[in-house]
Design a protein around this ligand. Sequence first.
Ligand code: FE2
Ligand code: FE2
Length: 349
Amino acid sequence: MALKLQAMAFPSSHKIFSQGTISSFNKPFKVFMASCSTYSSIATLEGDHMTEKKPYHPAKAPSNQVTHSMPPEKSEIFKSLENWVEENILTRLNDVEKNWQPQDFLPISHESDEQFYEQVKELRERTKEIPDEHLVALVASMITEEALPTYQTMLNTLDGSRDETGASLNPWAIWVRAWTAEENRHGDLLHKYLYLSGRVNMRQIEKTIQYLVGAGMDPKTENNPYKGFIYTSFQERATFIYHGNTARLVKTHGDTKLAQICGTIAAEEKRHEASYIKIVEKLFEIDPDETMLALADMMKKTITMPTQFIYDGQDHNLFQQFQIGLELIVLKIMVTLLNLWLESGKLRN
Ligand SMILES: [Fe+2]
Ligand SMILES: [Fe+2]
């Protein structure tokens, strides 16, 4: 799906940039976010509300949270799929020994000092030419990736497929942990690269990440794995598009290393998407009615973005700053997924 870029107003109070770069915004300026920006959100804050100001409580929280909407007997379906997950989903994970690690793309810090300083200098030279608006897109993706604890928590809310102990050998649980472990490299790599670039105010970003993880999210999947795996299919596709678009943007400004980083992460999102798509296809095959109802419900509610409660310590409406046009993008991705499941024949049947 070819998505275009969209101009968006970036809030003047959002001081993510370092002194000397563009730290002193007096007025809003235009930035261009990759339009698949799942990060920046869409969704509907309908039903979300500001919480009463209490210490340690998040600034915003969802209202009307629905829990355990899957009929309990359906858990048996997920039990019956354990062998299938072992053979068809776990096999899609990469071998840790052969997988890439953030260090493969970063200055090597444990060898010679001179070499390290030289590589950092080169990195800073490369990132110098990246326009601020592309850095905003990168910061948004990094913050979203860094809120990974929230997504692992979300997967472990799902009845019938959660990791019951934290180290369960159930194939569903092995998938949750291994997926998290693969995803963990994304935020790690982007975080270190942005830190070394010297282009952004890391303290401000770190505070935002802490607020975001503390606030959590409500994907409206209701502990229901049918809805949960539709949600994750959507998010993986959205992140694949986002990182891919960011790669193209930074490449045009000469940072081929950063383009390679974003492209590598995008490829991994694509591999993860394929797993979740496969799970939903299987659910369509063995329980079409419940899966169809779940899909209809998720489409009706629209997809909640992981950053729905983003807060930087200053702006309670940060999420809404990025809403322009994003409803359309959510819809486009949902239609693409529908087509995929239709093409597979499972949905049509
Ligand atoms: Fe990721
Ligand atoms: Fe992902």
